[in-house]
Ligand binder design. Structure first.
Ligand SMILES: *Cc1c(COP(=O)(O)O)cnc(C)c1O
Length: 424
């Protein structure tokens, strides 16, 4: 469910016409809907409320990497969400947005000593460790800082999530987590390290999951491991089930499982665990809450279908190029006609292709199009490739809207570089 609808022939985000934003800010521009964000928080919360144990209920820690915009994070902070962070930069952003550090989980295979110090200083709630070497480093850092780090190990359950290879993370040959069979020994060693408080288990098998079966298989393995670890004397009080729920990009395909379906499965899989549960949803919170608005620069003949060349490119929205991802592309003022076209950006790579032989709203030069479901892993992955400034972002709330990241002038990009004095 989202709040992007056609009204009087024009595509709106809530009560604001996308064309009005494009007229004022220029294109390309990302537009987010606050009501959609809040709706998805509510759907997720309804799905998991009452699961697990503990006075505060489950922790829903938004995966900041999906959309780190400060205004998006501030919206989610107001809704009471925590944060799943994977870098010092994300910790700083989450703190700046008002997310309490106690509600933060620090994930990632490559945490540096500096990032560990930063996380300890702000009081991050849990470190999800991904190797024994990382546990040893965190122990040294925590002791030096005079602090105790609450930790979980991320377990690699060796389950194939059945998603795109680049976003599958729970197979034994992926870089993530410690091998399932190595977990008991790793917990015993971590429990003996000073400065660490071993409290939980964690798992995250991949993203854009369209089937709950691999998740449930992973959770079943985690449940068995919790029993084993408790048998060995470890007090396991938290279980972090990661994120991964898919969102509908292509409405002509069967819908992925809903958060409610997911909640029912989690209730079944975690029955009797007697732990506080942590969830790390990213895409399912922000995916449908964003659209990338672009202008058609011109049409050009192609062999089979014409090229629609738009002013957004792979640097603005990388997902089609990186993951062969499919985004619905709509005219902001559809004229009722459709055409089969290739939608491409201006970047000098053949991979700068958004859609091939796509039947979509017919458009002409000067028309605007919206790439839908562009709230997750979209602006977050933008780059300045081809010296294209980072895409601005706008947040809509009812009939009001605000630029929440301005378009950076090219002069500012150039000014950030220095020519060494031997060249001037
Ligand atoms: C990326 C990531 C998430 C979020 O995944 P979504 O598919 O966006 O829900 C959660 N946890 C970890 C550890 C991640 O790396």
């Amino acid at each position: 469910m989202d709040h992007f609808t056609l009204r009087d022939g024009a595509l709106h985000a809530e009560d604001v016409a996308l064309d009005a934003i494009a007229d004022a800010v220029g294109t390309p521009v990302y537009v987010y809907s606050n009501a959609t964000l809040r709706h998805h928080v509510q759907v997720m919360r309804d799905a998991v409320t009452g699961l697990g144990v503990g006075p505060d209920g489950p922790l829903i820690a938004f995966a900041v990497k999906a959309n780190p915009n400060g205004a998006v994070l501030a919206t989610l902070a107001r809704e009471g969400l925590g944060a799943d962070v994977v870098s010092g930069g994300e910790i700083a952003r989450a703190v700046a947005a008002g997310i309490p550090p106690a509600k933060m989980v620090f994930s990632g295979v490559g945490k540096t000593a500096d990032e560990m110090r930063q996380a300890l200083a702000v009081g991050v709630g849990q470190f999800n460790l991904e190797s024994e070497a990382e546990a040893e480093m965190l122990s040294v850092v925590a002791v030096a800082e005079g602090r105790t780090a609450a930790v979980a190990y991320r377990i690699n359950p060796d389950v194939d999530a059945g998603t795109h290879a680049k976003i599958s993370t729970g197979r034994s040959d992926n870089k993530f987590g410690i091998p399932y069979a190595a977990a008991p020994a790793a917990y015993t060693r971590a429990a003996a390290l000073p400065g660490l408080h071993v409290q939980g288990v964690a798992v995250h098998i991949g993203s854009q999951l369209t089937d709950l079966a691999p998740l449930e298989a992973a959770f079943d393995r985690i449940g068995a491991l919790i029993a084993t670890l408790r048998g060995a004397g470890h007090a396991i009080t938290t279980a972090d089930l990661g994120g991964g729920l898919g969102v509908p990009y292509d409405r002509s395909l069967p819908a992925p499982p809903s958060p409610a379906d997911y909640g029912v499965m989690v209730a079944r899989a975690t029955k009797g665990w007697d732990t506080r549960l942590i969830f790390e949803p990213g895409r399912v919170i922000v995916g449908n809450a964003g659209a990338l608005v672009a202008t058609v620069i011109r049409l050009k003949d192609g062999v089979d279908s014409p090229f629609v060349i738009v002013d957004a490119a792979m640097n603005d929205l990388l997902r089609p190029s990186l993951y062969d991802a499919w985004h619905d592309i709509r005219a902001t003022r559809p004229n009722g006609e459709t055409a089969a076209v290739n939608v491409v950006g201006p970047v000098c790579e053949s991979g700068d292709t958004f859609a091939t032989a796509r039947i979509m709203d017919a458009v002409a030069a000067g028309d605007r199009v919206a790439f839908m479901t562009a709230g997750a892993y979209a602006a977050a992955m933008a780059s300045t490739y081809n010296s294209r400034p980072l895409t601005p972002e706008v947040l809509v709330d009812g009939d009001r809207w605000a630029v929440v990241r301005a378009r950076e002038p090219i002069e500012a990009m150039i000014a950030r570089e220095q020519i060494p004095d031997w060249l001037v």
